[in-house]
Design a protein around this ligand. Structure first.
Ligand code: EPZ
Length: 418
């Protein structure tokens, strides 16, 4: 077991290079088994979820090997089992993309229900509704989702709720259905677009990703492709918020600034100085920032995956801030940990009210999920004294090399065996 130990109060200066997008990687790696060929996926983040998915694909009969730390070769020309019901699968929520990928290619799949973070219910009813509309029989027994179809046919699918996972999963299956599928009220996140681009490189015919309506003309086969995934907007946002809370001058490199617009605007509103360049954003902050109100929305709104990190920053801003979590029904479990550091926050259902305090004080806290762990790191950078963070396996699921990237910026942060 390990913990992170942070001594707060150090300003951050310099540049940090952002890794590939976790939520693109965990969709594109399963999609690679749809190819009757070899895919090479580059710019993958060095994180647990990628390693876990690669191991899962190997157990299913694909041959996955790392060409280098960030490049994975996936050979799916052999016999791939359409059953993924072993322990590894339950470790991450994104395993559910195996359903869409296997249903698309083999018209059959059995996948264990996903695990993932523990903030509220995380149903997959919209995924299964889409599969049924494409012609699949769906049943869920003993925690295993079983889908199969004589043939998949195009369909008109209106998403009851904007869902990243369901949009991507239905897109996977529909890309090899007979005929045209139209998905309406789609998620528009950058990783939805990235997955569509990857599928098109494999020979799919997908138009409109990134808008409310995606049109898919099914094809019979998909071939191998080489693809470089997009940078991680949430990792980038986490470092931008870290610069804002610690003070200093940090340039976040290897990003797509457009993906950061909702956060960039909010940090500027709070008093940080922001400079956008082609593939980087510079964040300069000195002293306390002003309070602000945040409403999380699907893209291009303020991302729910930056809500915990932003709440940590708001806890030391001047004035009273209000955060409304519109995506998940229980994403404030980390607030109890922030309060141990001295934050003044009250939560009522989906709304958190944050009264900015002069300073936080270091304490021993725990990561309750991936982004909550990132929020503890951000709070620790600002807290007086030492902050110890347990359960950092959550953080390692989504952040590559977090302690070295922050140390290089001047933070006093160490990973310690316990
Ligand atoms: C993806 O989760 C991300 N995970 C999450 O990031 C992110 O918080 C979320 O999208 C929203 O942006 C991955 O991409 C692996 P949704 P996903 O389907 O796809 C409801 C992180 O930290 N819903 O967009 O599971 C659902 O309950 C993780 O990187 C249904 O009701 O999210 C939620 O309220 C945490 N039925 C809302 O829709 C369904 O069938 C949005 O969920 C599916 C979703």
């Amino acid at each position: 077991m390990e913990k992170l130990v942070i001594t707060g109060g150090r300003r951050l200066n310099g540049e940090v290079f952002i890794s590939g997008a976790k939520n693109a990687a965990v969709a594109i790696i399963p999609a690679a088994i749809m190819a009757d060929g070899v895919c090479v996926i580059d710019n993958l983040p060095g994180i647990e979820d990628v390693a876990s998915l690669s191991s899962t694909l190997n157990k299913m009969g694909a041959v996955c090997e790392y060409i280098d730390k960030h490049t994975l070769k996936v050979d799916s020309t052999g016999d791939i089992t359409n059953c993924a019901a072993f322990e590894e699968v339950k470790k991450i929520r994104a395993s559910y993309y195996l359903l869409g990928a296997l249903l698309g290619r083999y018209k059959k799949a059995e996948v264990a229900l996903p695990g993932g973070c523990n903030f509220g219910t995380r149903p997959i009813d919209l995924h299964l509704k889409g599969f049924r509309l494409l012609g699949a029989d769906v049943e869920v027994t003993n925690g295993i989702v079983k889908v199969k179809a004589e043939r998949l046919h195009g369909a008109q699918i209106y998403m009851d709720q904007v869902s990243v996972g369901a949009t991507i999963n239905i897109m996977l299956a529909a890309s090899m259905a007979e005929g045209t599928t139209i998905i309406e009220n789609c998620a528009k996140e950058p990783h939805v677009v990235d997955t569509a681009n990857f599928l098109n490189m494999m020979g799919a015919n997908i138009k409109g990703a990134g808008t409310d309506i995606i049109r898919i003309k099914g094809v019979e086969k998909l071939h191998g492709a080489e693809y470089t995934i997009i940078p991680d907007q949430i990792e980038a946002g986490t470092y931008m918020i870290a610069a804002a809370i610690a003070g200093g001058d940090v340039t976040v490199r290897n990003i797509i600034p457009k993906h950061m617009d909702s956060l960039t605007a909010k940090l500027a509103e709070m008093g940080a100085a922001i400079e956008k360049q082609d593939d980087s954003i510079r964040v300069m902050a000195n002293g306390r920032l002003h309070c602000a109100n945040i409403k999380t929305m699907s893209y291009p709104g303020f991302p729910t995956d930056l809500q915990p990190q932003m709440t940590a920053l708001l806890s030391v801003c001047d004035g009273i801030s209000v955060v409304t979590e519109n995506v998940w029904d229980n994403r404030y479990q980390y607030v109890a940990e922030l309060k141990q550091l001295g934050a003044k926050i009250t939560v009522e259902s989906r709304v958190a009210m944050i009264e900015g305090v002069q300073k936080l004080t270091g304490a021993r806290v725990a990561a309750t999920d991936l982004r909550a762990g990132a929020a503890m790191v951000i709070a620790g950078l600002s807290a007086e004294g030492t902050t110890e963070i347990d359960n950092i396996r959550y953080i390692d699921r989504g952040y590559e090399d977090i302690e070295n990237k922050l140390s290089a910026l001047g933070a006093d942060i160490k990973r310690v065996e316990i």
